[in-house]
Design a protein. Structure first.
Lengths: 111, 263
């Protein structure tokens, strides 16, 4: 979008930027940039961003976990999420240890 | 002090994209459309100008905003428009990008923000004449290790365990190689930039590449040195090419990664 406006009126050097990948735009526009208090505060970003990022960047969270992709758990912005991330980590560790299908209490006793 | 075209009424608000020097002309934004498709203007004080456009309050207020943020199409259109306006602002002497969704109800509120946030002047000074270039690095996996030799004496169980151990060691080595390569490439490029950031890596679904990403970095570079930096990225990429490294350069971006301030 805005393709028709790109580059017009700019020095020639800025006219030729390739259309950016969504992930590159998202990580900059949502996670970087200066945070100034507005009249309407998007505190919601704190709450919603994990969901949004996952939906847009990772086609399927389950598939990503199978592939061992856990970048969002290392993301300082998202690591505050706590419970869900921890739960996923535990599940993955259990799966790796071959304990995935068992009753959690039994897992405890095994350790 | 110039007031942009039409001030917001009760149904609209000012969406602020970022800060530019006060002498930035409105014409810079003539061709670009902002969030919600609205035209973009500059609201000026003595020191700085706020790049802004009208948005319907109904899209940014309370529950509606929460709803919109969950709508991938709305969000993509929004973040791309936000970026397009700031990309146009690269034509100014400098630009301080704001985070997505900074909204004010009136001209007065924007002006009082500009007056209160004195650090914006310093932030603008730090990025004046500079752009951000992104570098993503990918590392092809090494050839798979040869299958374990012989082992006829060993029990199948023992062979299995040793095989697993070998795999685990290979994965650890590969992880170490990735981290080492990231450090080396980042250090070389950072030495040529005014500032540098290494960000969390993107998953394969986001990068669209089969090889794992080992570096996702941003560099603050003087405009005058952009060509030089591009050449350096190409050279470093070539230098590591034999190791399976490929580097991808993005931008120029507004300096999103270089405007955080001590509050």
């Amino acid at each position: 979008m805005n393709a028709q406006g790109r580059g017009a009126g700019l020095p020639a050097v800025y006219g030729g930027r390739e259309p950016a990948q969504l992930a590159d735009v998202l990580e900059r526009v949502l996670d970087k940039g200066i945070v100034i208090a507005g009249d309407i505060q998007i505190n919601l970003l704190d709450i919603e961003l994990l969901t949004i990022k996952l939906r847009l960047l990772v086609a399927s969270a389950d598939k990503a976990r199978e592939m061992g992709i856990d970048w969002w758990q290392n993301d300082p912005f998202l690591s505050g999420r706590g419970q869900n991330g921890l739960e996923d980590r535990v599940k993955r560790l259990e799966r790796e240890a071959g304990l995935g299908e068992r009753d959690p209490e039994e897992n405890e006793r095994q350790r | 002090v110039t007031a942009p075209a039409t001030p917001p009424d009760a149904a609209t608000a000012w969406y602020v994209y970022g800060i530019v020097p006060a002498d930035t002309p409105d014409e810079l934004f003539e061709a670009v459309r902002g969030v919600s498709g609205s035209p973009v203007a500059v609201l000026r004080t003595r020191d700085v100008g706020a790049v802004l456009g009208r948005v319907p309050l109904s899209q940014f207020d309370g529950d509606a905003l929460a709803e919109n943020l969950r709508d991938a199409a709305w969000l993509e259109a929004g973040v791309r428009a936000h970026d397009a306006v700031l990309e146009a602002a690269l034509g100014a002497g400098g630009v301080v990008p704001f985070r997505f969704g900074t909204v004010y109800r009136s001209d007065e509120h924007v002006r009082s923000m500009l007056g209160a946030e004195r650090m914006l002047v310093g932030a603008l000074e730090r990025v004046r004449g500079r752009i951000e270039l992104g570098v993503k690095g990918y590392l092809a996996a090494p050839a798979p290790p040869p299958p374990s030799a012989g082992g006829g004496e060993q029990s199948p169980g023992r062979r299995y365990l040793e095989e697993r151990q070998r795999e685990r060691r290979a994965a650890e080595d590969e992880e170490a190689r990735r981290a080492r390569t990231a450090d080396e490439v980042h250090a070389r490029l950072a030495a040529l930039a005014d500032d540098a950031r290494a960000n969390p890596l993107q998953p394969a679904e986001a990068s669209g590449r089969a090889e794992p990403m080992f570096l996702n970095a941003a560099y603050l570079v003087a405009r005058d040195h952009e060509d030089e930096f591009r050449q350096a990225v190409a050279d470093v990429g070539d230098g590591f090419g034999a190791d399976g490294v490929s580097l991808e350069l993005t931008g120029p971006w507004p300096p999103y990664n270089f405007v955080e301030v001590e509050r």
